[in-house]
Design a protein around this ligand. Sequence first.
Ligand code: KMH
Ligand code: ZN
Length: 310
Amino acid sequence: MNKLVITAAVTGATHVPSLSPYFPYTPQQIIDDAVGAAEAGAAVVHVHARDPKDGRPTSDIRLFQEIIGSISNRCDAVICVTTGGSTAMSLEERVKPIGILKPELASLNSGSLNFAFHLLTEKLKSPKFDWEIPYLSATEDLIFANTFMKIKVFAKAMYEAGTKPELEVYDVGMINNIKHLVDVGALQTPLYMQFVLGILGGIPATAENLVFLVETARKTFGDGNFVWSCCAAGKAQLPIVCVGMCQGGNVRVGLEDSLYIGPGQLAKSSGEQVSAVIRIAKELSLEVATPEEARHILGLKGKVDVSVVV
Ligand code: KMH
Ligand code: ZN
């Protein structure tokens, strides 16, 4: 049985700064949260960039270089760069970091969906920044577009850069999207899939749905042709990763997916959530993978070929 690869997704493009005083959005806060998560035991950190002035999601490559360069200097964690960017970004903005940074790993969203998080406005009593409520509200009438053509653009850029796609799967139909793209040669096996449950517009975060996703992937690709991980939005985060660990899967936590460490209790860092997962993993007699072991499990190229100029 492989060791457990823990990913920390530290910022994302869903949450806004006023939802939590612990939410990292300046480069230094993102770097510190990612390094803290790695020190807590995460082998992979998944990063987005935010405008340090007001926390708005950005594709500014200089910020990505600062964030990735510093994380890379301070720890050995695998860095997974987002190509999801934000629901408000163009294809060009989203794919740009790959060709420049040539990361070991990058998210590749395996299909389009309503990616709605307008309900978060109900939690925003006193927004610090004027962009926050319009940004959240706009997602009620928004499609997070990942057409087959767009996915081919992302995949081509990644393979040219030696980057392994982390295929984000928000619903079971996306497993068939991936199958189609493997069949036409646009995606290569072995695959690495991240099952993302509980997004409003995607598959609900239930234990049976995670089992359904895993079994569908096994029937579609066969056991030896993929590695998987799982995560869930909000309060489903810990229960779903527990189900995932019991199925022999890898897991993702972090403030991108949930701002909480317990009911009504804000997490002070992504590292807190990593530590909680590790406590449970130990009770399950699961060994946690180091970054080097994660590179082997996921089939990554190693840090040496990542081109980050700080
Ligand atoms: N923030 C969402 C738009 C990714 O990093 O590729 C999707 C997302 C997935 O964050
Ligand atoms: Zn992300």
